[in-house]
Design a protein around this ligand. Structure first.
Ligand code: GYE
Length: 331
């Protein structure tokens, strides 16, 4: 009897082992779940939260196992995360470069480990473009240009006059120093300013690190230095504009009226502010990049050719359309 039980057990074990082997073989055939390591920069803005949610949801929908890592605004944490993804042997790595430079070494390590890398949202500069397979994001320089075009048309159409002197005085809240989002928007908007130097004067331009808190603090200091002189605020993102709105109100001025406010992203918070008459325009920057990322990752791993750079489409929303558009906003 005991022998019989032992035999049954042995056969059962063999079946289990064979079963496992079978599953493994199937995995090796390409049916195994894709494992993606994703390094996000943090949670500095409403935009970033939407971007993170989009990536997580799209991974779920695509059946991809997402290893998500939050770098808390530090490039060194991103580099550590990428190294740990390499050590884990993930199938593919995706990340949002917080700044443009400083990635060559770690991306070379990924390449040596034969792990493809996809760049998301912000751009980077590396000596060798083969260090990544694709970039998915938005054109930040175009966003800056669109912001300037809207402003220039608005002040012309409404015959906006400076509070003081003969030029319109601007203050600028810049994004994270060294990030594509700040560099591109500075360039796009700055080209417009340079071509219209007879009309505009930049009083001050300083980073507000893409956060509401810092936007508010820096705007407070701008108001202390320049007070009523400020005609226009351009913020590299909506969150900093929202922080600045609080500072302007606290100083007893009317945001959106005493100071024209324009920013980039198109998050719900700024739509609400526009409906309340406290902001004047937002240029859209689309954070919903998850589905395209997952689709691209699958293609890359299946050996299909993908576009090296894909920019997602974006619009411009002045305050007068805010109420109508708000219900359709997805982030
Ligand atoms: O505009 C800002 C965020 O990189 C485009 O980063 C992104 C920017 C976005 O924190 O809100």
């Amino acid at each position: 009897m005991r022998k019989l039980i032992a035999l049954v057990l042995a056969v059962a074990m063999m079946l289990v082992v064979a079963g496992c082997g079978g599953a493994d073989e199937k995995k090796a055939d390409g049916d195994k779940q894709i494992k993606m390591g994703f390094s996000q920069i943090g949670a500095e803005s409403e935009w970033r939260t939407a971007n993170t949610e989009s990536v997580k949801q799209a991974a779920k929908d695509a059946g991809i196992d997402l290893q998500f890592s939050d770098a808390q605004q530090k490039q060194e944490n991103q580099i550590k995360a990428i190294r740990s993804f390499i050590a884990q042997g993930v199938d593919i790595i995706a990340f949002v470069p917080i700044v443009e430079t400083g990635w060559d070494t770690v991306l070379k390590e990924a390449k040596d480990a034969k792990i493809p890398v996809i760049i998301v949202d912000r751009d980077l500069k590396v000596e060798d473009d083969s260090l990544y397979v694709a970039k998915i994001g938005t054109n930040m320089e175009t966003e800056g240009q669109k912001a300037f075009e809207w402003l220039n048309k608005y002040v012309t159409d409404n015959n906006v006059k400076p509070h003081e002197g003969d030029k319109l005085n601007l203050v600028i809240l810049e994004g994270t120093v060294g990030s594509t989002a700040a560099l591109g928007r500075t360039k796009g908007f700055g080209d417009g300013l340079a071509a219209n130097a007879d009309k505009y004067n930049v009083l001050a331009s300083q980073t507000g690190e893409f956060t509401r808190q810092k936007g508010q603090e820096v705007m407070e200091s701008f108001l202390k230095s320049y007070g009523n002189k400020i005609d226009i605020l351009f913020a590299h993102n909506d969150d900093m504009a929202l922080g600045a709105i609080q500072a302007i109100e606290a100083a007893g001025m009317k945001p959106g009226k005493d100071i024209i406010i324009l920013s980039i992203d198109g998050v719900k918070g700024i739509f609400q502010a526009m409906i309340e008459g406290k902001a004047n325009c937002t240029v859209e920057c689309n954070p919903l990049q998850g589905p395209l990322l997952m689709e691209t990752a699958k293609k890359v791993l299946a050996g299909e050719k993908v576009d090296k750079v894909v920019y997602v489409e974006e619009g411009v929303f002045p305050a007068d359309v805010a109420e109508k558009v708000m219900p359709e906003r997805k982030y």
